[in-house]
Structure formats: C-alpha cells, structure tokens
Ligand binder design. Sequence first.
Ligand code: G3P
Ligand code: MG
Length: 272
Amino acid sequence: MQPMQPMQPMQPMQPAYPWPYPRIVAHRGGGTLAPENTLAALRCALQYGFSAVEFDVMCAADGVPVLMHDAQLGRTVAAVGMRSALISDYPAHELQQMDAGKWLAPQFAGEAVPLFSQAIDFCTAHQLWMNIEIKPTPGSDIATGRSVASTLQACLKTHALAASANQLAPLFSSFSFAALEAAKQTVPEIARGLLVDRIPADWQAQLDFLDAVTLHTNHEHLSPSMARAIKQAGFGLFCYTVNDSARAREILSWGVDGFCTDQLDIIGANFS
Ligand code: G3P
Ligand code: MG
C-alpha cells in the first residue's frame, strides 16, 4: 500500500478577469498593410474595421514621446546621411521631419514619425482603443514611463476622456518593469499589462507589484496549463503576435482573452 501523500494547499480561485477590451488588436497600427507606428497605420486599422490598436512609444532626445519601435534608425526610417543612428539623439521636431513610410512602399512616402499626442488625438476621435506599448531606449526606462504617462494624462484631460461613457480607457503595456512602475506612479488610474517573451516563474509577484491587470506574452511560448494558471489567478491574458487563424483559435480555446495581429486582412477584427 502506498503511503498517503500530504495534501497540497489549494490555491484559492480568483474571480475571472472581465476582459473589457476588444479581443483582436491591430499590431503596430496596421500590421503589415501600412508602415508601422504611423498615422497611416491607424487609418488602415479603421479601414479594416478594427476598434483596437497596439503601438510602440519611445522618447525623443527632448523627452517628447513619439511612435517608434526601434531605438536606431535604419529599418523603418533611413539612416543614410543622418548625423546619428540613435533615436534618442534627435528631438521630436526633427523626428517628425523623417520619412517613416517609404521603406514599406512608395505610396507611403512622406508619412511622418508621429508624436504620441497625435496618435492619442486620432484614436480618441475615432474611438480606437489603445494598447500603448512603452518602449524605452536603453537606460531611459523610468523617464520614458513618466513621460508617456504624463503625456497621456494631459491629452485625456484635453479630450475629457475620463468623463466619456463610451470610450474605453487605454492600457499601458511594456517589457520594462521599471517603465510600468513609473507609469503607475505617474498615472495610477490607467491600467497596466506586463509584457514578457517567456513567462517567468515569479509572474504573479511581478503583476501584483505593478497592480497590473493583464499579462501579455509571446504565444509561441504559452502552454494551456500556463494560460489556465494565469486566468485562474484572475488576470487578463493577451498574446502577441498571432498571424495564423488556426493558432489564433487554439490559444483562444485555452482561455486567452485577446491578441494582436499583423494580418488585418486575413484574421480580421471580428475573428472567432
Ligand atoms: O505589444 C505586443 C508586441 O508589440 C510586442 O513586441 O516587438 O512587436 O513591440 P513588438
Ligand atoms: Mg509593440
């Protein structure tokens, strides 16, 4: 006869997180159909019927936040002939003069690097929900978290968004724990989601420390049991970047609440 195993203490089940956001989110504004992190990308999301966008926000040399993914010039904005390859070496008004569109297709030539405030204005005007990914350049985590949060706060005040019944409040997300902590200190009422590539062992402690409501993770490293654990702990679960319909259906069946996609034309805003 086997000796009796000691009873494992049961984890109390948390109430399910009531995901208030759209489930399908256009990645970097327009996915692969428009130059990422531009106003053209946000227009593209609207054209394809999306009600939610994710975009990346980084600080210029003067601390003004702009939409940008890479910390260096070269991929989406040409570096040839520029005095520096680093985004953090240019003030926002210079970044605004740079072409962030022609790398994708000639029809987008002249599309500017937008200010974060312009993206907020656009999304507010068109009722596009914003998943605002705070993307600090190296060493600027706290300053970027503060600047992005205070810019959002100022813009929302202008739009009186807080008082609007039919506008969903945006969500901050970031791979940078320090940036999210700074955002929390600056504007605690805006919800936060922690972004991770692989889910760390202490994921729940990190979410609790940040008072975060969601975990955002690379779908390629997610398992059904991890998805279950996160949902049972009462958090929202978001995945990036899902471009295959069968995979999207699979992770949704695991309890994933939402995901972003580059395939606006294939997956679509009403995917189920
Ligand atoms: O927010 C999800 C996703 O955008 C994270 O990766 O590199 O596309 O910003 P990345
Ligand atoms: Mg992003």
